[in-house]
Design a protein around this ligand. Structure first.
Ligand code: NAD
Length: 497
């Protein structure tokens, strides 16, 4: 499908409008360098207008019955289904992930938008017995107001949908600031929501860089909640910059995810799981398996088989069927990933596959990195501790099961973990003891479904969760309501004998 190169605009108050500075930036294919579109470099004035439009639309949107809001989301999900293939093709061009994965990204958005459309008829609170006679007690969710959704480039439609759909169903309005590497797919999602019938001003979108436009959105005094997914560095920065406002900030940040392989594992399955989790999406998933902890008895075999599989993966443009690993997002990412080659060597690790910027026929115009496997990695080495966010994984030897769990938990992050074992008792111990927000038994570290909470412990976030019904807590405040129909003044605990 040909993508016409054109200049796109911000969405403010239901109108597509130019940025006030007149300056622009381009979005290009990371596989070929092809220009895909030009977007406004927005300013603080643009952000002010977007927030004002969202504020103005808030009351009527929040008063629309939630099932009616759900119908609009349902229509949006239907349009996403119709356009799935076009969106996936465009995503592969803009973000680089291989087509099958791009389809999965769109499907995740479809799932999320349908799920939240259904929540329009639920948004469940509690009704509990009151402790006094003739008194009624319940809790209801209230919308919060204007939500800033700030998103990364690695899931260009899925992650925005995780934020925007629940924010809207709960009755909030949104200012959306997508990543500047994937503005086109973000725009497509906004177009679809508009087409589905969102009233003007309910969803606004401003394009531009993080430190200026992102910061202006996050710190805006009339933004009530910041829903952020991105790096831990930026998450900390937003937290500091909004601290004086006591703003509700929900953070989904980085990971250093682990796959544990025990001596009794089904090794064919484990190797498949590691290859998929470490090199799928070119390792650019927050849940990518960047550590593999292997029990002594199968260590040599796992290292050897993993290295062989990594060396055999086909790199290239994700639009081609034969390609298994696409490009990394941009040159800065490529250089950062490659800088870990020296770090790994200084750490004393053994490079058993990859380790180079990939060149060759078909790779000339893009940013490609060889799938890389380090063996004999010390659990405290930098390559075992820091998020590299590329097709690089570190294999660590464990003496036994307890040691493997200790190593698995020995990082600052806590997003996803996995264990391969045929021993049900150990599987349950691992489920209990792995301190991560997501845990897989006999599967890799990736593949979360939207109906369960998504997020992590420790530096992966600040205790909130996207997805699942749990995500509604990010976008609502609880109100406990007591209705006393006794006609007398009842004083709760004070009237207790
Ligand atoms: P990033 O932090 O550089 O950028 C994320 C978004 O924040 C972008 O829209 C960016 O423009 C904006 N931004 C940057 N600086 C800002 C600032 N000072 N104030 C406000 N906004 C700002 O992250 P990235 O490189 O786009 O994404 C990769 C990171 O995202 C990785 O660390 C990855 O693990 C993480 N991630 C986490 C999850 C999760 O759910 N936990 C999911 C996907 C990606």
């Amino acid at each position: 499908m040909a993508v016409a190169t054109r200049t796109f605009q911000n969405l403010i108050g239901g109108q597509w409008v130019d940025g006030s500075s007149g300056e622009t930036f381009d979005t290009v294919s990371p596989a070929t360098g092809e220009l895909l579109g030009t977007f406004p470099k927005s300013t603080r004035d643009d952000v002010d207008r977007a927030v004002a439009a969202a504020r103005e639309a808030f009351r009527s949107w929040s008063l629309m019955p939630a099932p009616r809001r759900g119908e609009i989301l349902f229509r949006a999900a239907e349009i996403l289904v119709e356009r799935k293939e076009d969106l996936a093709q465009e995503m592969t061009r803009e973000m680089g992930k291989v087509l099958a994965e791009a389809r999965g990204d769109v499907q995740e958005a479809i799932d999320m938008v349908y799920f939240m459309a259904g929540e329009g008829r639920r948004l469940v609170g509690e009704t509990v017995p009151a402790e006094m006679p003739d008194k009624f007690a319940m809790s209801v969710r209230m919308p919060v107001g204007v939500i800033a959704c700030i998103t990364p480039w690695n899931f260009p439609i899925a992650i925005p949908s995780w934020k925007i759909a629940p924010a809207l169903i709960a009755g909030n309005t949104v200012v959306f600031k997508p990543a500047s590497d994937t503005p086109l797919l973000a725009l497509r999602l906004a177009e679809i929501l508009q087409e589905a019938g969102l009233p003007d001003g309910v969803l606004n979108m401003v394009f531009g860089g993080g430190s200026d436009v992102g910061d202006a959105v996050a710190t805006h005094p009339d933004v009530d909640v910041v829903s952020f997914t991105g790096s831990s560095w930026t998450g900390r920065e937003i937290t500091k910059r909004t601290a004086d406002q006591l703003k509700k900030v929900t953070l989904e940040l980085g990971g250093k995810n682990v796959i544990v392989v025990l001596n009794d594992a089904n090794l064919d399955l484990a190797i498949d799981g590691i290859v998929w989790s470490a090199f799928g999406t070119t390792g650019q998933r927050c849940t990518a398996a960047s550590r593999v902890v292997v029990e002594e008895g199968v260590y040599d075999e796992v290292v050897e088989r993993l290295a062989e599989r990594a060396r055999g993966l086909t790199l290239g443009n994700g639009l081609e069927d034969s390609v298994e690993v696409g490009p990394v997002i941009n040159d800065a990412a490529l250089q950062k990933i490659h800088s870990y080659r020296e770090v790994g060597e200084a750490d004393g690790a053994r490079l058993v596959a990859g380790g180079n910027i990939a060149t060759g026929a078909g790779l000339e115009g893009g940013h490609f990195y060889e799938p890389t496997v380090w063996a004999d990695v010390d659990p405290n080495a930098r390559i075992a501790q820091e998020e590299i966010f590329g097709p690089v994984t570190a294999v660590i030897k464990a003496r036994d099961f307890d040691h493997a769990i200790e190593i698995a938990n020995g990082v600052d992050f806590g997003l996803s973990s996995a264990i391969f074992t045929e021993n049900v008792n150990r599987a349950f111990v691992a489920m209990r003891d792995l301190y991560t927000g997501i845990c897989y038994i006999n599967a890799g570290t990736i593949g979360a479904e939207i109906q369960l909470p998504f997020g992590g412990t420790r530096d992966t976030g600040n205790g909130h969760r996207d997805a699942g019904v749990a995500c509604l807590d990010n976008f609502t405040e609880w109100k406990s309501v007591y209705v006393d129909y006794s006609g007398t003044l009842q004083r709760a605990q004070i009237d207790h004998d």
